[in-house]
Design a protein. Structure first.
Ligand code: HEM
Length: 137
């Protein structure tokens, strides 16, 4: 009986580690993330609330960095090689409303790709703390 209890305890401790890339897999790994970023950035560019912010941006570069960032946040085998959120968004005068517009577009992109609700929420939860570095107005 004691041994079973010990085994259960070990499994419980190991579970979070085993599930470490659950979000990455739920997003469809690198290919799924690349596809998600394609849809997401297209939505951003055509969204009247935020689209103009991206007029001067290097879109292929942005897509690459966003893919890396989502992959890292999802627990995937990637490295983020872009600038910090505070550095890249400094001077862009981004409002809270624009931040939420971006979150909404990401949700729509994830819905279109049939990403499980639980996985969607985990990715969004990873982005939430960035609000203080992105919003400056
Ligand atoms: C959680 C929210 C956000 C995340 C995770 C995010 C992520 C990123 C990343 C990874 C880059 C590229 C970094 C690099 O080139 O090194 C970037 C650039 C950029 N972001 Fe965001 N971003 C967010 C919110 C926003 C919002 C709300 C806006 C505007 C409405 C915005 C506008 C831009 C623009 C215009 C660039 C390109 C800047 C340039 O190339 O100089 N971002 N963002």
């Amino acid at each position: 009986m004691k041994r079973i209890a010990m085994l259960c305890l070990l499994l419980a401790l190991a579970a979070p580690a085993l599930a470490g890339d659950e979000v990455y897999r739920g997003l469809g790994q690198k290919q799924g993330i690349a596809q998600l970023v394609e849809t997401f950035v297209t939505l951003l560019q055509t969204d009247r609330r935020v689209g103009h912010s991206f007029d001067e941006a290097d879109i292929p570069h942005l897509k690459e960095k966003l893919s890396e960032q989502f992959c890292v946040l999802a627990g995937g085998p990637c490295e983020y090689t872009g600038k910090t959120m505070a550095t890249i968004h400094d001077g862009l005068d981004i409002t809270t409303a624009q931040f939420y517009a971006l979150v909404e577009d990401l949700q729509i992109a994830m819905e279109r790709q049939d990403i499980a609700f639980r996985i969607q929420n985990k990715l969004l939860a990873g982005l939430a703390p960035m609000q203080r570095d992105v919003v400056t107005r």
